[in-house]
Design a protein around this ligand. Structure first.
Ligand code: NI
Length: 389
């Protein structure tokens, strides 16, 4: 596969960077060491500007093309944070911090983008500006959102933005992408049902919140099967159900909650509306009252059509057409690159990690063989997007 020769030359250096980051995992916004390493390297590579502290601990590097950077500006994004997991890979470069681990490959993502930044700063075979973005807190902290709210797009004049994530099970040297929703919106709901408590032997004098919850849990399952267009996707899982403390007492209240995943903002709105309608309607029918809280998490990660086609083309240039699935199935996990894609059009692509264990497990490891492939993708993408007219 045509990995760029110059990048192949520093494969072993990239491997060393990746393993160093891997050995020193940091959580959420507390990525001081990693962000410091990234900023130091960007300066050493000769980036024109290195800005730290965007979205608390995010780092941005600006690399201007040979025309001084005038013209188009594209953003390339990697994530830096690890997970609260104790590592069991047994690797010599395994985490040195108990309870923290790079179990999602963000060490690899950061390294691939660093490799690309080095090459782009060294060669400048483009006109316009490449902005490399390193975000904290992808794993639940909304670091991408924090960077956008901190003015990331306007401050650097970014007009399009691209992201990449490794995917276990997708062969090494392969890419996968799709237009539209590629990662799900990830929301939570909780329902408190307020009835009238009473003696368990005199149910006619009570309004039973337990039975009400049971009916709500069952009825909620019909939202996906009866209310959502069968061609669209949604997941609703009731994951908590709590009530009562005694065998002979009907409690006054019962609580339930769960998660909702959707790939389309309209379906997401429909699920929120449907949960509220079903829960309050059923509760009313049982003489109780339901209080519904719907908390929106990361939005849908939406790939724009033009940028998706472009990203697939670049991936094919690096990996060969046969190794790029441009109509991959989306996944129902969440991703906070969604906030960047809500701010600017762009595309998020999966890169094969080969036969590794799943993401977020204690034996997962990023595949170092993917480093030059991913870095080559970033470089080609920047050089083609910013090709001289
Ligand atoms: Ni991840």
């Amino acid at each position: 596969m045509p990995v760029i020769n110059r990048i192949a030359e520093f494969h072993s250096e990239m491997t060393a960077w990746r393993r160093d980051i891997h050995a020193h995992p940091e959580l959420l916004y507390d990525v001081e060491r990693t962000a410091g390493t990234v900023a130091d390297k960007l300066r050493a590579f000769g980036a024109d500007e290195v800005v730290t502290g965007i979205g608390r601990t995010g780092v941005v590097g600006v690399i201007r093309g040979r025309n001084g950077g005038a013209g188009r500006v594209i953003g390339l994004r990697a994530d830096m944070d690890a997970l609260p997991i104790t590592e069991r890979t047994g690797q010599p470069y395994a985490s040195t911090v108990s309870g923290k681990m790079h179990a999602c490959g963000h060490d690899g993502h950061t390294t691939m983008l660093l490799g690309a930044a080095r090459y782009l700063a060294e060669t400048r075979n483009f006109e316009g500006t490449a902005v490399v973005i390193f975000q904290p807190a992808e794993e639940g902290g909304g670091g991408g959102k924090a960077m956008v709210e901190d003015g990331l797009m306007d401050r650097f004049g970014i007009s399009e933005v691209f992201g990449m994530h490794n995917l276990p099970g997708l062969p090494l040297g392969h890419f996968a992408i799709c237009e539209g929703g590629i990662m799900a919106a990830s929301d939570e709901f909780s329902i408190e049902v307020e009835g009238h408590g009473g003696h368990a032997a005199m149910p006619h004098l009570a309004a039973d919140p337990v039975i009400t919850c049971a009916h709500i849990a069952t009825a909620l399952q019909s939202l996906v099967s009866r209310n959502i267009d069968p061609i669209r996707s949604a997941v609703l899982s009731v994951t908590t159900l709590n009530a009562g403390t005694a065998f002979n007492v009907i409690p006054r209240t019962a609580r339930m909650g769960g998660t909702v995943r959707t790939l389309d903002e309209a379906v997401r709105d429909q699920m929120e509306e449907g949960i509220t309608r079903v829960a309050t309607g059923i509760a009313q029918g049982f003489g109780a009252v339901a209080h519904v809280t719907y908390r929106r998490g990361y939005p849908v990660t939406v790939n724009a059509p033009a940028q998706t086609a472009f990203a697939a083309e670049i991936a094919a240039e690096v990996a060969g057409t046969a190794h790029v699935d441009a109509q991959a199935d989306p996944t129902m996990g969440g991703e906070d690159f969604a906030y960047m894609l809500n701010a600017r059009p762009g595309a998020y692509i999966f890169i094969g990690n080969g036969e590794s264990t799943e993401l977020h497990t204690d034996t997962y490891d990023f595949n170092d063989e993917a480093l030059p492939i991913g870095a080559s993708y970033w470089v080609r993408l920047a050089e083609r997007a910013l090709a001289p007219a």
